[in-house]
Design a protein around this ligand. Structure first.
Ligand code: ADP
Ligand code: ZN
Length: 826
């Protein structure tokens, strides 16, 4: 009897490389760790590179032929799955829905620290002689450096020897036996913690101990101060980092060591994400208003009826939606579930995080785009292990492992930052959340004062349940009064003070006189959008984009806001040499300068991309506003979201018109949302608020609708969308084709257009040039595919993939760059 042939164990491995499918590898019989979906494996891909991949599936076969070409894995890296089955399913779905590869999704989801990639290192051989006659100059220099260092990575060689691409040189030298090349995995991730100081428990046991301690420290001021600082923080329920404590006590690390040696203080190592936003002061727990209480019951009742139906919580700004979320979250936590709380990408998550920490303490974990890779890995592990029960995060947090997920909240669901534009996957975290909820029977709560039109439509047609909050939570807080200033009559009457109308200036002065604060908004950074030559009218443009350069006065430069191109010459016209260039139009920098001249006594701050580059800059501005060290904050849309400050009673919109004219089917919607959110910043306490909008189009219906109930805006907008068949009357896929050569692009797009039109007929618009036809040195054309309600979106996308295949089959050698954007924002 012949023995059963040993079955081969095969793993399908996903690699974070933008590849469409998984690759199969064999697992050796004596593998130390068992292969299991979701665990990482180290595999070789290509000639020499090693990558970490994720096991998608494990299967057995006895068919030797089938596995003949499979390589062996090098190693299973984990003892437990680091990616859950639910995530693997999610990644598959995202690749399908957003027309990208699973590899793209994996790249976006896995923190760098988890997706190790090998690097090539060169090793010195002990017996190599440095013989200048037998070596070229470059070989000699390299060997010299290598003998000194022992080993060098490619990157180090590039830097030290200033070589652009040392690979071929290294290869040749390795063949000649001058050195050895090896693949090495970079430093594996190590958990990072921050050292904090806390009083030793013995010290806290009774007052006597304390008194004794201070007695003994009498001769050291520094140590006394330091201990005092640490104790005080402890009594306030805070933990100070060593650095913070030293600064407060004006002591040095010697004092720390001394106190520790005496047994008065201890170290405590804390992961940075838990530290980042330790609440500064304990908060009074709020009692739900009747309105909020009703909303909570309605939400729970809706899920009792059907858990798979998302609920839209539509509550006006200041209606206290956060407290409703917290109440609902509390219920999920009580059942031992994890909660995912998604919020827009803004530096200002601190206020929200404080409130979440106030409610749920250490159960809260934060996931932010400014995190370092170590911090990301830390969050990943802690959600996977369930240590983080409430994950508060931006867009990409939806991709984290949440094995016990029991509730998803999407705050400000309409916000544009939930959508990723570049690179693929071009996903919308809100929509991904809804899919996750439906697939896993997890309730989903979407909240907004100004819902996306599609979301509200879903709440109208019954796909979502609708729960409303129509009053501000603080009884005395009322919606601010809205005033429109017609800039046309202002100018006619010569009452205008440049950028600000007299109405606005008076209002600002009043606000200052009352000791209150104001926000001045303009959606354009820099000093002026263009610089015009006074003699010939020439406007400097970007070298790489089809757009004029913005003038930045502070750095005295002209900059492209699309590609970052900067030009230093702001003094003379490049066309005619004339020496007067005139700034035209208004940016935040100019607004700030102008205000400083008009109101010299006011303390003015500016918040835009230029002033918030540093990690702390944003937080510092917020803190200044909070502490009333600023009277006026000038800024871009950064100032529109989430700010909740009692003293802010005036909001000024300097110019709204450009916003309304954007070539975007969402221009009305985004303007309404922006202005309503902005107006919501004023009058959040008992002080009455005012909102003043300067405009040349006071009669524009959208301007007129601001502060009218959202439903009125919706009823105005819906018929317009219906006329052109845009969402919610269709779904869209936007295609973008790019190439550096204009002619080639046009020719290829004509061909592509013919191909696509065969499939989509009237549901295809374009390809055509968008408003900015050249970006970052590439020309681009766009096309739009409409998916009608009666069509099956999956089929439409299959057809698209099919069409691309046909195009590529007969495409010339050089090809277009093709970008597919499903459910585009604009
Ligand atoms: P929204 O997110 O709906 O704009 P918030 O949740 O930020 O509103 O709440 C607005 C303000 O009302 C906050 O300052 C909050 O502290 C306060 N607030 C909310 N609910 C209550 C309540 N039940 N009692 C007292 N104050 C409340
Ligand atoms: Zn540019």
């Amino acid at each position: 009897m012949t023995p059963e042939p040993t079955p081969y164990t095969v793993v399908d491995v996903l690699l974070p490389l933008g590849l469409q499918s998984a690759f199969s590898y064999l697992v050796p019989q004596d593998s130390l760790r068992r292969p299991e979906p979701g665990r990482r494996v180290l595999v070789q891909f290509g000639k020499r590179k090693f990558y970490t991949g994720i096991i998608r599936a494990v299967w057995q076969t006895a068919d030797k032929e089938r596995v003949r070409n499979f390589k062996f894995i090098n190693e299973v890296l984990d003892d437990v799955a680091v990616v859950t089955q639910a995530q693997l399913d999610l990644f598959d779905w995202m690749a399908q829905y957003y027309c990208c590869t699973v590899g793209d999704v994996l790249k976006a989801a896995l923190p760098t620290g988890l997706k190790l990639e090998s690097e090539t290192v060169a090793l010195a051989l002990p017996e190599t002689r440095l013989d200048p006659d037998a070596l070229t100059d470059r070989e000699y220099l390299l060997l010299e450096a290598l003998t000194g260092a022992g080993r060098l990575s490619i990157k180090e060689i590039e830097q030290q020897l200033d070589l652009a691409d040392p690979q071929p040189l290294l290869q040749r030298m390795a063949e000649k036996g001058l050195l050895l090349l090896q693949e090495r995995m970079p430093q594996v991730y190590r958990a990072r913690t921050v050292r904090c100081l806390q009083p030793a428990p013995a010290l806290l046991r009774d007052d006597n101990e304390l008194r004794l301690a201070f007695d003994r420290l009498k001769r050291s001021m520094r140590q006394t101060d330091l201990l005092q600082v640490v104790l005080e923080a402890h009594y306030q329920g805070r933990t100070l980092t060593q650095a913070q404590a030293l600064e407060l006590a004006d002591a040095d690390s010697a004092a720390v060591r001394a106190l520790r040696a005496k047994g008065y203080i201890e170290y405590k190592e804390i992961p940075p994400d838990r530290l980042a936003d330790v609440p500064q002061h304990a908060q009074q727990p709020l009692v739900l208003t009747q309105d909020q209480d009703r909303a909570v019951s309605q939400i729970l009742a809706a899920w009792d009826e059907e858990v798979n139906r998302p609920v839209l919580l539509h509550g006006i700004t200041g209606s206290g939606k956060t407290l409703v979320y917290i109440e609902i979250m509390r219920k999920a936590l009580a059942e031992g579930k994890q909660v995912l709380y998604l919020l827009p990408e803004i530096g200002l998550t601190k206020q929200i995080i404080d409130r979440m920490r106030g409610a749920f303490g250490d159960a809260v974990g934060v996931y932010h785009s400014r995190f370092t890779t170590a911090e990301r890995v830390e969050s990943w592990k802690r959600t996977l292990l369930g240590e983080i029960q409430v994950l508060v995060g931006v867009r990409s947090a939806v991709l984290l492992p949440l094995p016990r997920l029991g509730l998803i909240v999407v705050d400000e669901e309409h916000d544009g930052s939930f959508k990723q534009h570049e690179p693929a996957p071009r996903y919308n975290a809100r929509d991904v959340a809804v899919w996750l909820g439906r697939t896993h029977n997890v309730p989903v709560l979407l909240g907004s004062a100004t819902p996306a039109v599609e979301t509200y439509a879903n709440a109208q047609n019954g796909k979502y349940a609708l729960v409303e909050l129509t009053q501000r939570a603080v009884a005395t807080a009322t919606l601010p009064a809205l005033e429109l200033v017609d800039m046309r009559t202002q100018e006619r009457n010569r009452l205008s003070y440049g950028l600000y109308s007299d109405v606005v200036l008076d209002a600002l002065r009043d606000t200052l006189a009352r000791g209150e604060q104001a926000i001045v908004f303009r959606n354009r950074r820099g000093y002026a959008p263009v610089l015009v030559c006074d003699a010939c009218g020439h406007v400097p443009r970007c070298e790489y984009c089809d757009i004029s350069l913005t003038y930045h006065k502070h750095s005295d430069s002209l900059r492209c806001h699309y590609c970052g191109y900067t030009q230093g010459n702001t003094k003379s016209c490049t066309e005619c040499g004339h020496h007067v260039l005139r700034p035209e139009g208004i940016g935040t920098e100019r607004l700030e300068e102008h205000l400083t001249e008009l109101l010299p006594e006011a303390r003015i701050g500016r918040m835009d991309q230029d002033t918030t580059r540093g990690k702390q800059a944003f937080a510092e501005l917020i803190q200044k506003l909070e502490k009333h060290e600023l009277d006026i904050l000038v800024g871009t849309q950064m100032v529109t979201k989430g700010l909740d400050f009692e003293r802010v009673t005036l909001v000024v919109v300097v110019q709204v018109d450009a916003q309304l004219n954007l070539p975007d089917f969402r221009a009305h919607e985004s303007t309404y949302q922006l202005l309503t959110q902005l107006a919501g910043r004023a009058g959040r306490s008992s002080r009455p608020g005012r909102v003043i909008i300067q405009t040349r189009k006071p009669d524009h219906p959208v301007v007129q609708l601001i502060q009218q109930p959202y439903k009125d805006f919706y009823n105005f907008e819906l018929p317009l969308r219906s006329q052109v068949g845009y969402p919610p009357y269709s779904r869209l896929i936007r295609l973008e084709f790019q190439h550096i050569e204009l002619q080639f692009l046009e020719d290829e797009c004509r061909r592509m257009g013919r191909l696509l039109r065969e499939v989509y007929r009237d549901n295809l618009l374009g390809p055509a040039f968008p408003a900015i036809a050249r970006l970052k040195n590439a020309y681009r054309m766009q096309a739009l595919i409409k998916i009608l309600p009666k069509q099956n979106p999956a089929k439409v996308k299959d057809a698209l993939r099919e069409a691309f295949k046909r195009y590529l089959a007969e495409a010339p050698k050089k090809t277009l760059r093709i970008i597919v954007d499903v459910d585009p924002r604009q």
